[in-house]
Design a protein around this ligand. Structure first.
Ligand SMILES: NC(=O)c1ccc[n+]([C@@H]2O[C@H](COP(=O)([O-])OP(=O)(O)OC[C@H]3O[C@@H](n4cnc5c(N)ncnc54)[C@H](OP(=O)(O)O)[C@@H]3O)[C@@H](O)[C@H]2O)c1
Length: 252
């Protein structure tokens, strides 16, 4: 990749206050981008990401919004539709709570779906008109290995939403590739982030390590690197792909 590959490109990354989103924001910042750092609760962490983006030669701003509700999603989309977004990374996501099927409520199902799938669709809808008018742009969705294997214990709704996100990636690519826009997804395996501090036990993570040919969990920069590749000219002929990045945990 050339030096300052994303100079002055406007990149919106949802869920950029920690983990994969944070690493992606730092990587785009180091490539000279204007990075819009979305967060929900962790304002101080998001501010620290912004200051690192600026000190590495990028620029940016913070944008707060709860993407687990339709009202929060609509509010954020109204703001986002006014921004000249060149690259959208739909990264915000969560299990919210590990919950057995028989204990799922309508409300929890709705929250998981809105956060991991519906909000990504409407954010894409908010940025696509600007991309179409410029005849360029990229949307990169952050799916999950759970989309392929049904997810771990208590993660059925999350896995179902991520499978929808992977499928949505292909449908958007079909409609917008002819208009000069690229739509792809990255599908991480288990990555060492705050997500697992909240949702996984040591035993769960050990069993993933032992089922992974590389024998370890992924890191956030390893996922960010693939996101930057998908947004770069090197990936210009890729459309509707869901790139699995999981140390060999799941192949094919
Ligand atoms: N870690 C993994 O093993 C793994 C594997 C496959 C896929 N993924 C996917 O990768 C993405 C990033 O995950 P991560 O591991 O980096 O997790 P993380 O460190 O927990 O970060 C999650 C990010 O999403 C934001 N977020 C959570 N709930 C939100 C809400 N209601 N509204 C708006 N934003 C919200 C968080 O914002 P605040 O903290 O500011 O509230 C945070 O910035 C997610 O889509 C996740 O599903 C992760």
């Amino acid at each position: 990749m050339n030096e300052k590959c994303f100079q002055d490109k406007c990149v919106l990354i949802t869920g950029a206050s920690s983990g994969i989103g944070r690493a992606t924001a730092l990587a785009f910042g180091a490539e000279g981008a204007r990075v819009i750092i979305h967060y929900n609760n962790k304002e101080a962490q998001a501010a620290e990401v912004l200051s690192r983006v600026v000190s590495s030669g990028g620029s940016g701003e913070l944008l707060q919004g709860d993407l687990s509700t339709m009202s929060g999603t609509r509010k954020l989309c109204d703001i986002v539709a006014t921004l000249p977004v060149d690259i959208l990374v739909n990264n915000a996501g969560s299990l919210i709570r590990r919950t057995p099927v028989l204990e799922f409520t309508e409300n929890l199902w709705e929250q998981v779906m809105v956060l991991n799938l519906t909000s990504a669709f409407f954010l894409a809808q908010a940025v696509l008109p600007g991309m179409v008018s410029r005849q360029s742009g990229a949307v990169i969705n952050v799916s999950s290995v759970a989309a392929r294997n049904g997810g771990g214990i208590g993660a059925l709704a999350y896995a179902t939403a991520k499978a929808g996100l992977s499928t949505m990636t292909k449908g958007l690519a079909k409609e917008f590739a002819p208009k000069g826009i690229q739509v792809n997804a990255v599908s991480p395996g288990t990555v060492d982030t705050e997500y697992h501090q909240t949702f996984s036990t040591t035993a769960m993570l050990d069993s993933v390590r032992s089922a992974t040919p590389m024998g370890r969990l992924g890191t956030s920069p390893e996922i960010a690197g693939v996101i930057l590749f998908l947004a770069s000219p090197a990936a210009r002929f890729m459309q509707g792909q869901v790139v699995e990045v999981n140390g060999g945990f799941l192949m094919a």
